[in-house]
Each structure stands twice: as structure tokens, then as C-alpha cells.
Ligand binder design. Structure first.
Ligand code: ADP
Ligand code: ZN
Length: 602
């Protein structure tokens, strides 16, 4: 039996297990069933790949998506593991060939879709082989309670009886309790060790800005991120296309992705994004599950996500390789209003509506968080933590200021106009900007007309937003976005309560510049070499018709550019370089490094 540490180092080229991996691996190696909930990017695959190699024999991995399977199989093969997949995308003859090798015991890990595995013939055939374990990826697809239920997955219930002596591992990133209970019952009849990893993804930096000019904000965000892969999420199909066009006009390479595109084009865009570097996908949330690209460096939300859960899932697509990644969101009150309206238009019962609005409140408080954003996010998932040092609030601590006087001006205008107008109207009155409606309603004759000329429009917008976030105002959700004064706002008006606000939310541009300087300083000083290594990786990936990260991850190339190994042995020390990859790639990468060094030191 191989040792787990030997497998980790020799095959995968990693020094240590990540947090949470080892206990899961130990349990499976010991032959126990496991239900593991781990956030995306935390390294689930290794948790069944290592036990598969340690136990020997044939491991079966069930996965819902062909593209995912193909990527994993290609990556394993390059690392020297005999991995295969039998599926409908290849010819019958090819599948028969693979099966022959499986039957002879020449294959260590076999990827199958659930429908393929659960056919009677397959179960009978596998029953004659030495099966080391069965791993079920995306196990939440089994649960009818979840949003991702797949009927094919329901049949996996039969595994327990079909392979009573084989340990089964179920893996998912979906956390909620109901789904977990469901899987535990159906797949294991309650008999499995359960592991729930923490939700923190410390390598993803978090930032939220008030929306004042989204195109400009997006370009500024991208300025220091040329050549990186990323996702821009937007709410509507049309806007994803507009963003893609806009980015292309501005020197970026961007592609739209939404459910309304012809499926051929959708697939093509996804494939380009997966295979190439530096592509930005502008997508609705239709772009999601199955995006297993580990080197996505940023997720930019041009519109507000639906909930904090959704937000967490969406930003979780960045930085799966553990390298630094950024989640950046811009939001405005208009977004919030739209979301509230979606909930009301859904026509759900009162209780559900109340719950949905509460979820939205949680999202709003994340956006306006006066303290560490990660603390706010994790506390939503029931985890307590300290300030993270990797969010805009931590990096750029902002004292709150007393805004009671400003708040009163807003509240007085609202009172004088009858608490039924939206932010735009209220601000026009404050700034004495006449328009037809103001004139028609004689709001230009109110004593408060023009009482807010001391601050610019953007400042008033932010103040209104923060008054909503702190529950001084309530946003009328009937659809017109009218604001009314909440009890807390009345207390402010009466001088019983004070109102504190975050001035930084009004001048987001300053903070952003600082942040950009920080990332630039952290960039490795080996940019030229890194570029060459990436180009080489790209070439090798092309030749082999696999995604670039299947050859080496970004992290591996960065480590390589930093260490600049000159011998094969040094090369084997680079993060993510196992023995097979060392043998296969050392000479070609060493040549590139040597040639770079020769050029930079004449
Ligand atoms: P998940 O399936 O949990 O979303 P993956 O299994 O795709 O995540 O792993 C994400 C990335 O982390 C991969 O690039 C993988 O090679 C890397 N990884 C996993 N475990 C380790 C480890 N112990 N040390 C270093 N990198 C790791
Ligand atoms: Zn923080």
C-alpha cells in the first residue's frame, strides 16, 4: 500500500495536505463511508484521488458533467495516473477498448456518469472487479430539496446494496442542513462519517463599492488585471452582451454567456474561457456549475447577486487554485429595489416573501458593512471569525462619521413630500433641481427645497443608501421604490438617536486607487519569465488539446518563475510538480528558464 504523503508528493507534487483533506482521506482509506462538505476550491478531488491510489484497485468517480470528467482525467493522466472515462462522447469502439483495460486491472480511476454506472450490466461487470472506493462528486444533485436535483442521481441510492463492502464518499459544496440529511439517509442510511469544512476562502479578497459609474469602475478594476481570467456577472442577458462589447472595445478579451445564446455558441464561449488565458466571461448566473477552472482570478458583480448564498457561490468560482483572487461588487439602491420587486412579483406566500426580504437585508448589510466584510459573510453561515485583513474594510479602515444632521435633512424632505417618493425625487428637492414633477407638485415651494446644496448628488445617494441599510428608512417594495421613514428614522428626527455613516462609501474612487497600488506591489518581480512560462504552457496545452491549467496551475508557474530551477531535481521541488510531470516537462521548461536567465544577465 502506498503512503498518502508519498502519493501527495510524488504524484501531485504537493508538500502538505490542505486543511480538512487529511481526516477525509484517512476515513476513506480505512474503508469508511464519508459525507464531505467542502467549499469550492478547497481541494475535494484530492480527497478521493489520494485514497484511490493508496488503496489500489479500481476507484469509481461519479460526476454529472462530461467536460468536468474529461478535464480531471486529462490532468490525472499527465500526472501519471491511469485514469479513464467511459462516456457517450467517444465512439463505442473506444469505450470497449477502455473497458478491456479496466477489466484487466490496468486502470486506477474510472470516471462515469450516474446513468452509466447504475445500469444493471455495469454494476454486474464492476462487481467482478476489485473496487477500491466509489466517490460521488456534486452529491447534492441527489437531493430533491436542492435546486440542482438530477433524476439520474437519485438512482445512486442503490449503490449501498450493490457494493456493500466498498467505501463510498459523497462530496459537495452545498451546505444546507436539509440537503445533507437527505444525502446521509438516501446514500448511507445514516452510516457515514460527516465532515463539514469551514466556509472561509481567505485567498479571495472582498470589496464592495457604491455604483456611480459602473463602466468606469469596471475598467479601473481591470486595469491591473490585464491577461487574467475572470467573470463579470450581470443580471440581464442583454447587459452581459453589452458588457462584453464594451470590454472588447476597451482592449480586453470578453465573451458573453447566458441561457438565451444558441447552445453551440454558449459551449464555444465556455470552452474558450476554460482553455485560454485572459478571457473575461460576461455572464448571467446561468454560467455557474461546472466551471472548474482553477485560475479564475476575479469575479466582478456589475449587479447585485440574489442573496448572500448566491454571492458566496459566485465568488467561489475565483481562486480555486488557492492563489490570490478578487471579488469585487458595485451596487446601488436601484439594484436593491429591483431585487425586492423580483421577490414580490414571484407571487409566493407571505412567509416565503418575508424570508426572502430578510435574506436581501442580509445582503444589504454585507454591502454596507461597517466592519470586516468577511466577518459579516461568515457570520451569515454561522461561523465566527476575526477581522480578515483581506477585504476593503480591513485594508482601508474607515471611521464612521456622525451624519445626523445630513440624515435630518433627508428625513425632513421626506416628511414634507409625504413619504412616497424615491431617492431620485428626494435628492432633486434637496439640491433644488426642478423638474416637471417637482413643479407640478409645488415641491419647489417647500421650505426644504434646496436645503441640501452643501453636498453633491453622489453623497446624498450614498447617505440614502446607508439610511436604508441602517434601517432608518424603508424601501417600499410595491415596485415604485418609494421611501418611507422607519421607526429608527423617526427617532433620529426626534433627536433620540444619532445616525453614523461611512464617508468612504461616498468617495469610493480613492480607496480603489490605494488598493490597486497594493496589488501591484505584491506582484512577483519575475513578470517576464512568468509570461514566457505561460506562453510555453499555452503551447503545450494546445498540442495536447487540454486546458492550460491541466499542464500546470498558475501557482506552479509563479513558483517556477520565483525559484528559477536549473536542474531536474530543483524542478521537482516546484509546487505542483510530481514525478511524472517532472519527467515529462522538466527539460522543456528548464530550457525556457535557462534561456531567459541568459538574456537577462548578458
Ligand atoms: P474543488 O473540487 O474542491 O472545488 P479542486 O479539487 O478542483 O477543488 O482543487 C482546487 C485546486 O487546489 C486544484 O488546482 C488542486 O490542484 C489544488 N490543491 C488541492 N489540494 C492541494 C494541496 N494539498 N496542496 C496544494 N494544492 C492543492
Ligand atoms: Zn476583512
Amino acid at each position: 500500500m502506498l503512503h498518502k504523503h508519498a502519493v501527495l508528493k510524488d504524484i501531485f507534487g504537493f508538500e502538505t495536505f490542505r486543511e480538512g483533506q487529511e481526516p477525509i482521506i484517512d476515513a476513506i482509506v480505512a474503508g469508511r463511508n464519508v459525507l464531505a462538505v467542502m467549499p469550492t476550491g478547497s481541494g475535494k478531488s484530492l480527497c478521493f484521488q489520494v485514497p484511490a491510489l493508496v488503496r489500489g484497485g479500481l476507484a469509481i468517480v461519479v460526476s454529472p458533467l462530461l467536460a468536468l470528467m474529461q478535464d480531471q482525467v486529462a490532468a490525472l493522466k499527465l500526472a501519471g495516473v491511469a485514469a479513464e472515462t467511459i462516456n457517450s462522447s467517444v465512439s463505442r469502439e473506444a469505450n470497449v477498448e477502455i473497458w478491456k483495460r479496466v477489466a484487466k486491472g490496468d486502470v486506477s480511476i474510472l470516471y462515469l456518469t450516474p446513468e452509466r454506472l447504475m445500469s444493471e450490466r455495469m454494476i454486474a461487470a464492476l462487481g467482478r472487479l476489485n473496487i477500491s472506493l466509489i466517490a460521488i462528486d456534486e452529491a447534492h444533485c441527489m437531493s430533491q430539496w436542492g435546486a440542482a436535483f438530477r433524476p439520474e442521481y437519485a438512482a445512486l441510492e442503490g449503490l449501498r446494496n450493490a457494493f456493500p463492502a466498498v467505501p463510498i464518499g459523497a462530496f459537495t459544496a452545498t451546505a444546507d442542513e436539509v440537503t445533507r440529511r437527505d444525502i446521509m439517509q438516501k446514500l448511507f442510511a445514516g452510516n457515514a462519517d460527516e465532515f463539514v469544512a469551514g466556509f472561509d476562502r481567505p485567498n479571495i479578497s472582498l470589496a464592495v463599492e457604491a455604483k456611480h459609474n459602473t463602466p468606469r469602475q469596471l475598467l479601473a478594476f481591470l486595469e491591473s488585471r490585464k491577461g487574467e481570467s475572470g467573470i463579470v456577472y450581470a443580471l440581464s442577458r442583454k447587459s452581459t452582451e453589452e458588457w462584453a462589447a464594451f470590454l472588447n472595445e476597451n482592449g480586453h478579451r470578453a465573451l458573453p454567456y447566458h441561457a438565451g445564446l444558441p447552445s453551440g455558441q454558449r459551449e464555444e464561449h465556455q470552452n474558450i474561457f476554460m482553455a485560454e488565458e485572459g478571457v473575461i466571461i460576461c455572464a448571467t448566473i446561468a454560467f455557474g456549475m461546472g466551471i472548474d477552472k482553477p485560475d479564475v482570478r476575479f469575479v466582478f458583480h456589475a449587479d447585485l447577486p440574489a442573496t448572500l448564498d448566491a454571492y458566496y457561490q459566485e465568488i467561489g468560482r475565483a481562486g480555486r487554485d488557492g492563489g490570490p483572487a478578487a471579488a469585487h461588487m458595485v451596487f446601488g439602491l436601484e439594484d436593491m429595489r429591483m431585487r425586492r420587486r423580483f421577490i414580490d412579483d414571484e407571487g409566493a406566500g407571505d412567509e416565503r416573501r418575508r424570508r426572502e426580504h430578510k435574506r436581501l437585508d442580509a445582503l444589504l448589510s454585507y454591502c454596507e458593512a461597517p466592519a470586516c466584510r468577511r466577518e459579516t459573510l461568515l457570520s451569515y453561515f454561522g461561523e465566527t471569525s476575526g477581522p480578515c485583513g483581506n477585504c476593503d474594510v480591513c485594508r482601508n479602515p474607515q471611521a464612521t462619521a456622525d451624519g445626523t444632521a445630513h440624515a435630518k435633512k433627508i428625513l425632513l424632505v421626506m416628511q414634507a413630500t409625504g413619504e412616497r417618493f424615491g431617492a431620485a425625487h428626494i435628492i432633486d428637492v434637496l439640491l433644488a433641481k426642478p423638474n416637471d414633477r417637482i413643479v407640478a407638485l409645488s415641491h419647489d415651494r417647500l421650505s426644504v427645497y434646496g436645503s441640501g446644496r452643501d453636498l453633491p448628488k453622489s453623497a446624498w445617494q450614498s447617505l440614502v443608501r446607508q439610511l436604508v441599510a441602517t434601517q432608518c428608512l424603508s424601501l417600499d417594495v410595491a415596485g415604485f421604490g418609494g421611501l418611507s421613514i422607519a421607526p429608527k428614522g423617526r427617532a433620529v428626527l426626534a433627536g433620540i438617536e444619532t445616525f453614523h455613516y461611512r464617508p468612504d462609501m461616498m468617495g469610493a474612487a480613492k480607496g480603489r486607487r490605494k488598493e490597486r497600488a497594493a496589488t501591484a506591489a505584491a506582484a512577483p518581480a519575475h513578470d517576464d519569465l512568468l509570461k514566457r512560462l505561460k506562453a510555453l504552457r499555452w503551447k503545450l496545452a494546445r498540442e495536447r488539446n487540454v486546458a492550460a491549467y491541466v499542464i500546470f496551475s498558475d501557482k506552479t508557474l509563479i513558483d517556477m518563475a520565483t525559484r528559477q530551477p536549473l536542474t531536474e531535481m530543483d524542478f521537482g521541488q516546484v509546487h505542483g510538480v510530481g514525478e511524472t510531470k517532472r519527467d515529462r516537462f522538466a527539460s522543456i521548461f528548464l530550457k525556457e528558464i535557462a534561456s531567459h536567465c541568459a538574456q537577462s544577465f548578458p
